[in-house]
Design a protein around this ligand. Structure first.
Ligand code: GLU
Length: 324
């Protein structure tokens, strides 16, 4: 691990209520940070304005508070207070960050940050407008089921005028990205073969996950990215994007196991998996939920309550790579 004071982040998207899958991520983030001298940033990943809702942001802040998971930066307390007064005044919940105190760790409050990063890449002639839809790309680049959609670079050669669309892609080169995952060991990925040129802004002007997260991890000095294995395939492209943006040294990565349902599919709010607040309403305590998530993630040998103060001990008593 880096020297004391290193930074990691908990970065949920407020598109639903937190569930056990998020809790596993939080256990890894806070447990490892507290065990090894790191600091936790709370980042609200609401880059997708069509799916994010203010009420989910307020709920996730309240859930973290109830669980006893306190970020070292980005508590957004002033925002939560404002939302409470909105509710008091009877206004409907909305995702309208411009009406709330802007926060440096809420993505939708900081579009200029992403625009400036894109300008850096444009200056280097690495950006081009793209008018291809997902359907166009799927037709051009057939794939086997489960395989990622790879952009074949059609608009690279089209030299479209900038005002033809808001969508922009960043040119990737053919380099192979190597990184040593703190849990999974050495990894190699070739983003140009996995996904092709990365979409940074969509045709509606929305910043994409890949672009926004890379800019934020760079600008917020995130040293260690701790997240689920479902994002493992994104890491190579984020490493390459970060380098193109001028990040001098890449972050470290740890991808943890995901909780899966009995049929092997990932837990998600889209599938109405039980939220932490429903479990709380049913009488569960934070220690019950930490215990259940830790057990299901393979961090404890048997199912037992785990207090928030015990989270570091799940990681600190062995070398990280042996443990998780
Ligand atoms: N916002 C993403 C999510 O909720 C996490 C992104 C990341 O950790 O890179 O799944």
């Amino acid at each position: 691990m880096p020297t004391a004071g290193w930074r990691t982040r908990f970065a949920p998207a407020p598109t639903g209520f937190l569930h056990l899958g998020h809790l596993v991520n939080a256990i890894f983030v806070w447990g490892i940070a507290r065990a090894f001298g790191g600091r936790v940033l709370l980042r609200v990943e609401d880059h997708d304005g069509t799916r994010c809702r203010t009420e989910y942001e307020a709920a996730l802040l309240a859930d973290l508070e109830w669980l006893g998971l306190h970020p070292d930066e980005g508590s957004l307390a002033s925002y939560a207070a404002r939302h409470a007064s909105d509710q008091h005044s009877g206004e409907p919940p909305r995702h309208s960050p411009r009406h709330s105190p802007p926060h440096p760790l809420r993505q939708s409050d900081n579009p200029d940050r992403y625009a400036a990063a894109l300008a850096v890449l444009s200056e280097r002639q690495l950006v081009y407008p793209c008018i291809c839809t997902r359907r166009d790309i799927a037709a051009l680049a057939p794939r086997t089921p489960g395989e990622e959609l790879r952009y074949p670079g059609t608009c690279r050669a089209r030299a479209l005028p900038p005002d033809s669309t808001l969508a922009r892609r960043v040119m990737l080169d053919d380099s192979v990205e190597h990184f040593d995952d703190l849990r999974l060991g050495p990894q190699s990925q070739q983003p140009s073969q996995q996904c092709g040129d990365v979409l940074s802004r969509d045709r509606h002007g929305g910043w994409t996950y890949q672009f926004a997260v890379t800019v934020d991890d760079f600008q917020q000095h995130v040293d260690v990215v701790i997240r689920g294995e479902d994002l493992l395939a994104s890491t190579g492209r984020q490493l390459q994007l970060a380098r193109l943006l001028g990040r001098p040294s890449p972050p470290l990565f740890l991808h943890h196991p995901l909780l899966v349902r009995d049929d092997g599919t990932k837990l998600s709010k889209a599938n109405n998996d039980t939220s932490l607040r429903e479990r709380r309403a049913g009488g569960a305590t934070p220690a019950d939920l930490f215990g259940e998530a830790a057990y299901l993630a393979g961090l404890t040998a048997r199912r037992r309550p785990v207090a928030v103060d015990e989270l570091p001990a799940l990681f600190s008593d062995r070398l990280l790579s042996d443990r998780v």
